[in-house]
Design a protein around this ligand. Sequence first.
Ligand SMILES: Cc1cc2nc3c(=O)[nH]c(=O)nc-3n(C[C@H](O)[C@H](O)[C@H](O)COP(=O)(O)O)c2cc1C
Length: 159
Amino acid sequence: MRQIRLIYSSRPTAEFHYTDLGPILRASARNNVRLDITGVMALSRTHFIQILEGGREAVSHLYGRISRDPRHRDFVLYGVEEIPERAYSRWRMGFVGAEAFTAERCLCLVNAPKINPQLLDARSLTLLLDDILRTETVRDAIDAQHDFTLDEDVFEIAV
Ligand SMILES: Cc1cc2nc3c(=O)[nH]c(=O)nc-3n(C[C@H](O)[C@H](O)[C@H](O)COP(=O)(O)O)c2cc1C
C-alpha cells in the first residue's frame, strides 16, 4: 500500500472554542485508529499545524473532512509526499501546545518569532516540529488519561 505524509497549517476561527480541543483529539484517536493514520497536531498561539501519515486514500479522505471543519480556516498545504516509512507512527495523533513555540525556538528554526506561513516551507516547518517533538512532552490523543483542555487566552482567533 502506498503511504503518504501530508503537512498543513490553518488558523482557529471563532467557532473553535477552547473546550473543543479534547473532543477533536478524542475523535482523532477514534477515527485515526480505524483509518490506520498516525501523526501530530500542534496549536501555536496563531496556527494549527498537522502532519497526517497513512495510506494515500485514507489521508486524502481525512484531509478533505478536516478541511471542511468550520473551526479552522486559511489552510496552507505545505506538502504531500510518498513515504517509504512513517516518521510519526508513535502517535495516533500526538499533541503539543503553544508553550512549545517559544520565540527563541521559532527564531532559531524558522527565522521569525512566531509561525508565519508566508515565510515557511515544508522543510523548516518539519524541522521546527521535530525539534519540539524531541524535547517537549507530547500527549497522544489515544491516551484517555489526558485532559486536553486549553487556556482560554492562549491562542488568537482568525478574524
Ligand atoms: C485542526 C483540526 C485537526 C483535526 N484532526 C483530525 C484528525 O486527525 N482525525 C479526525 O478524525 N478528525 C480530526 N479533526 C476533526 C474533524 O474535523 C471532524 O470533526 C471529526 O473527524 C468528526 O469525527 P466523528 O464523525 O467521529 O465525530 C480535526 C479538526 C481540527 C479543527
